[in-house]
Design a protein around this ligand. Structure first.
Ligand code: ADP
Ligand code: MG
Length: 572
């Protein structure tokens, strides 16, 4: 048989992640555990097809395209609608999905399959004015996303047109625009497309499909995705899959909506449903901040049936995956549809709490729970952190790169010598510099934390701070620095020598004033997980004995002895 490039959701499962990508494998898995009724049934174009696309010189070959159109045919049969048909049109989303989750890194196109004819006949078939509004809302979204994602016409042109329309109509939100406004916007968008690209907006759904799948494959190689891959050790060779599935419409009316949720709190790990929801909205609206979403609990009042079903879905998914789930869903006419699930990303404290809870709830063995935790993540817990209650009350005034983890607070100093002198007087200081250089080392050592205006994650300050285990926020370009006069301004506040400041080297956040810090401790859930790790590990952990302080700290944190002593360091 020829290569199989396309799998219906009903043909796949979780074990096929390498071929179907994470999103595709989970859509297939959800289909088998929740039922085809809850997951709009579509298909996945494999990651191998992506690799083939690049091998063929960035082209989708005929064999792949034929299998895609075959998938469309099957999707039409399952859903009882026809792609590109004017009377009973099937509209689809075309979504990226790599093996490893890369949230928001690649591209998605919604409402594909619309054109002037489809729009006209949809409206003719349903005289309800809210329906007309919905059709034009979907159409303008499609033109906007297609232009941006597929043809790479910047988003801003379309956003400007929306803003202008809202201003003309004197309304604040997209939802306040009428059918006539949205119709006009769709026209303006098409005109903008022609102005930018010199050609008409493609009206043939098959052509739209081909261009969209190509765009998703191409997005694997976009700069955002490349940077994310490099930071997360994801090989370029993996490629992305493409998921094509029928649209469900959260923007249909006020009985519809869309949301995202976590089965447990990703910040603290607390076993409590967390999430946000927007009525009469589509796709990215929740995260894009077009309106303020409501907390998920409020959905209970608005959509009692769907909410109850959603709680059941959450439980089923957790019992199946045995891990905290991050989910996307849509409600169309009060009916719930699941569009995505994956093991949710979480903070280090949440990872520990969830690991312990999953063991207590019988989902995981201690050995499995230990293996769930990313050791790189724990690094942040081995450094001082802000007191949680004090942090809650504080608002950041700026942000740089979280270049070296931990938290610090102290008085601002501007030179390495001042850092040493103030430190000798018993003051805690944060060294603030345009950038640091090798002669600043002693001052960097004397400081609780380091804040720089310039430089990235590999700048001198960042590299040296990480080596010393000192908190560092680098590259905060918003700081207006006057090193000569020992002052700087940030967010309208002026800081001089001795001003109080706090910085978080994990998040990159900068705060005015002192936020007290607490020292690292291997206690509570951290202690429990490390004790489990001690039962299974086959490596012994020993420490360097370069300085008494380091050796003592290492023993406190569980090192079993001295592994290395470099006499030259003592001579230094
Ligand atoms: P990302 O990987 O950036 O999250 P997604 O492919 O998940 O991108 O899609 C972006 C948004 O569009 C999500 O909110 C998703 O729920 C929504 N979406 C995707 N496909 C559909 C569909 N068939 N019907 C309705 N909404 C969809
Ligand atoms: Mg998503």
């Amino acid at each position: 048989m020829a290569n199989k490039w396309v799998y219906m959701f009903s043909e796949g499962d979780m074990s096929m992640r390498n071929t179907l990508g994470g999103k595709g494998a989970n859509l297939a898995e959800m289909t088998s555990i929740l039922g085809a009724d809850v997951i709009p049934q579509g298909f996945t174009v494999t990651t191998e097809a992506c690799t083939q696309y690049y091998e063929d010189g960035r082209k989708i070959n005929d064999e792949i395209m034929a299998q895609i159109m075959d998938g469309v045919k099957k999707m039409e049969e399952i859903n009882g609608k026809k792609f590109g048909d004017a009377t009973n049109p099937l509209l689809v989303s075309v979504r990226s999905g790599a093996r490893a989750s890369m949230p928001g890194m690649m591209d998605t196109i919604l409402n594909l399959g619309l054109n002037d004819d489809v729009v006209a006949s949809m409206i003719a078939g349903n005289p309800d004015p809210t329906f007309e509004r919905f059709v034009y809302d979907s159409y303008r979204r499609f033109i906007q996303m297609f232009s941006d994602v597929v043809m790479e016409v910047g988003k801003k042109y379309f956003e400007q047109l929306i803003d202008k329309m809202k201003e003309e109509k004197g309304v604040e939100y997209d939802v306040d625009l009428t059918a006539a406004d949205l119709k006009k916007l769709a026209e303006q968008f098409k005109a903008e497309y022609k102005k930018q690209l010199g050609t008409d907006f493609p009206s043939d759904p098959v052509e739209q499909m081909k261009l969209a799948v190509e765009a998703v494959f191409r997005s694997w190689d976009n700069p955002r995705a490349n940077v994310y891959r490099r930071d997360n050790d994801i090989p370029y060779s993996w490629g992305t899959a493409v998921n094509v599935m029928p649209m469900v419409f959260g923007n249909l009316n006020n009985d519809s909506g869309t949301g995202v949720a976590f089965t447990r709190d990703p910040a603290t790990g607390e076993n409590k449903l967390m999430g946000e929801f927007l009525k009469n909205a589509q796709g990215e609206d929740v995260v894009a901040g077009v309106r303020t979403p409501m907390p998920i609990a409020q959905m209970e009042k608005e959509f009692p049936e769907a909410y109850k079903q959603f709680l059941e879905v959450c439980e089923t998914l957790e019992n199946h995956y045995h891990d905290m789930q991050d989910m996307e869903f849509t409600i169309e006419n009060k009916k719930l549809y699941m569009l995505q699930c994956r093991n949710g990303k979480r903070t280090a404290p949440a990872a520990l709490k969830i690991a312990c809870d999953l063991v207590d709830e019988g989902h995981k063995t201690p050995e499995e729970a230990v293996a769930m935790i990313d050791p790189r993540n724990l690094d942040t817990l081995l450094h001082p952190q802000f007191d949680a209650a004090a942090l809650k009350a504080a608002t950041p005034i700026g942000k740089g790169l979280g270049a070296s983890p931990g938290a610090a607070c102290g008085k601002v100093v501007f030179t390495a010598d001042d850092a040493v002198a103030w430190n000798e007087r018993g003051e805690k200081v944060v060294l603030v510099r345009l950038e640091t250089s090798p002669e600043d080392i002693t001052g960097m050592k004397a400081a609780q934390g380091i804040l720089t205006v310039r430089g990235g994650m590999t700048s001198h300050a960042a590299v040296v701070a990480r080596g010393m285990g000192t908190c560092c926020v680098s590259g905060c370009g918003d700081i207006n620095m006057d090193e000569e006069n020992k002052k700087f301004t940030l967010a309208g506040q002026t800081f001089t020598e001795g001003s109080e400041i706090s910085i978080d080297g994990t998040t990159g956040n900068i705060y005015a004033g002192l936020i007290p810090t607490v020292d690292a401790q291997i206690a509570g859930e951290f202690g429990r997980v490390m004790a489990w790790a001690d039962q299974f590990r086959t490596l012994k952990v020993r420490t360097n004995a370069d300085t008494p302080a380091d050796a003592k700290k290492a023993r406190e944190l569980g090192a079993e002895g001295i592994g290395l002593c470099r006499t030259e360091h003592m001579f230094f």
